[in-house]
Structure formats: structure tokens, C-alpha cells
Design a protein around this ligand. Sequence first.
Ligand SMILES: CC(C)(COP(=O)(O)OP(=O)(O)OC[C@H]1O[C@@H](n2cnc3c(N)ncnc32)[C@H](O)[C@@H]1OP(=O)(O)O)[C@@H](O)C(=O)NCCC(=O)NCCS
Length: 293
Amino acid sequence: MEPAIEIEPARFGRDLSEIEALIESVEGVDGHRPIGERKAIGLTRDPKLIGLVGRAEGKVVAFVALTPASSEWWVMEMAIAPGHRQHKHYRRLFEAAVEEASRRGGKALRAWLFHPGLARAAVREGFNEERQLFKMEHHGFISAPAAYPPGIEVKAFRPGKDEPDLLRLNNEAFGIHPENGAWTRDELALRMERDWFDPEMVLMAWRGTDLVGFNWLKVGDSEGEIYVIAVAPQLQGQGLGRALVMDGLVRLEKAGVDKAFLYVDADNQPALHLYRDLGFYVDHVDRSFVRFV
Ligand SMILES: CC(C)(COP(=O)(O)OP(=O)(O)OC[C@H]1O[C@@H](n2cnc3c(N)ncnc32)[C@H](O)[C@@H]1OP(=O)(O)O)[C@@H](O)C(=O)NCCC(=O)NCCS
């Protein structure tokens, strides 16, 4: 008989390596990280992040990451080991997450899920589908050099100097976007502390002394990511975004990766139009689901 799983609050001091190993193994099997970057960074650093672990015979086989997005909204993601993907476990994990969010004053819970089984389970547990995020990939790169609009000069990011300009432009371009919008200096600093951060791979497009666009690239072992890209609202639609993406692809190829990828909201028509035109295709879809608690 399949062992039951015991759900309890995660104690990161004790459970962190088991949780990280679970996330890695789920990514290995599903080809996709179950816990998004904001929460993965927060595992050790974010005091607001609440974890729940599911144990079978003492071993961590499930992990739920819960964070408050505001006083009333909580966000969750879930990793569950392949041998334990059963309705009864899904149900108990969702119930535990709902209970925890409610106990902490949450009124609504948003779950980010990419696994179809988990998505079906969420709907059965009373969640409604809300948003879709495409992971788009690009193979083969491009041969044409980027043609920047006249008057644009591209430089690498200068740590200690360019942070305010990048934050201002990012927040102007993304507005209240849930992951990219309203970044604070601290959030930027957390990303710049990551071992993959390379200021040379943050392409900053200047028009005189005004930062008008940037393409922040992230180089992994075999993949490169267009991590965040933005063009100043008053300059959008004039070809700067296209040039930044093309330049980014050329630089990622030079950095030796085999493919490039990015995440984009399914309803971001300008961005989708551009990426598709440059040869990106949708690899998979992450979905968010919402339930009042
Ligand atoms: C996405 C973004 C970087 C594109 O930059 P941009 O400078 O506006 O892009 P370009 O001017 O190079 O336009 C690229 C293509 O998109 C098309 N496009 C621009 N605005 C569009 C719109 N509102 N609807 C449909 N297509 C649009 C352009 O027509 C162009 O295609 P074309 O060359 O065939 O004419 C920019 O819109 C932006 O910063 N958006 C806000 C932040 C964001 O969403 N970032 C991407 C997250 S993944």
C-alpha cells in the first residue's frame, strides 16, 4: 500500500537540502522547475515565505511554497515527487495550503501550476483558471546583426550606477505586472547577488542620458534566457525591442548556449508578435488558478 503523506510546516534550517533536491528531481522528470524563481530565491532569504512539506516515511516528497502578494492575496506553487502524484495527496496539499493562507489572514489564493495533473486537481479543489504564461524557446539563433534605431547606444550595466535607471524603466514598462512590476531596490539587489548575474549581459540601450530600453540576459549551462526585457513606453513600437532581442540572441549564442528561452504572458500581444516573428515558439504553458479561501 502507498504510504500516506504527513504534511507539516517546513523548517528551512533542517529541510532546505531535501526541498532543493525535490525541486531538482521534479525539474529533471518534468523538464520544468515547479517552484518559480521569486520563491526559489526566497527559500533562504525571504522571511515571508511559508513552506509546507509532505513527508512519506520521513522523506520529503512534496513541497508547497506560499507567499503573501498583499495582505489578502497569497500565492502558492507546489512540487510533488513523481511516485506520489495521487489525487488524495494533491487534495491534502491544496487543503493544507488553503488552510495556512486563511489562518494568516489571506482571502484569496493564487496557484501557479504547469503540470496538467495538478491543474486538474486544482480545479477539483475549487480553483478557477486565471492567467497563462508561455515559455517560448528559440533554436538555431539568427545571423542578421541587430539594427538599433538611430541615436541609440548600447552599453553593459554598470553596477553601483545604473540601478535607479533600470528600476525606473522596468517599473514604467511593466506597471503593476505581478512578477516584473513594482520592483524595489532590494528585489533588484537579490537578483544581482545571484551567481549567474553578469553585468556584461545586461544590455542597456541609452538615448543620450536617458535609459530607453534594456535586455537582461541570463546564461545557464546549455540555455540562455531573455530574463527581463523592456522598452520605455514612449519609444515602444519603433523597433528598439526587436533590436534588443536580436542583439540578445547573438550574445547568447556567443556565450555558447544551445538555445534561448523566455517567459511571456499569453495576452502580451506586442511581445508575442515580436518573439514569434523572430522564430520563438511556445514550449509550454504555465497557468495560474485562483480560489477564495
Ligand atoms: C515587448 C517590448 C519589449 C517590445 O518592444 P518594442 O520596442 O515596442 O518592439 P518593436 O518596436 O521592436 O516592435 C516589435 C514588433 O511588435 C509589433 N507591435 C508593437 N506594438 C504592438 C501592438 N500593440 N500590438 C501588436 N503588435 C505590436 C510591432 O509592429 C513590431 O512588429 P513589426 O516589426 O512587424 O512591425 C515592449 O513593448 C515592452 O517593453 N513592453 C512592456 C514590457 C514587456 O511586456 N516586456 C516583455 C515581457 S516578456
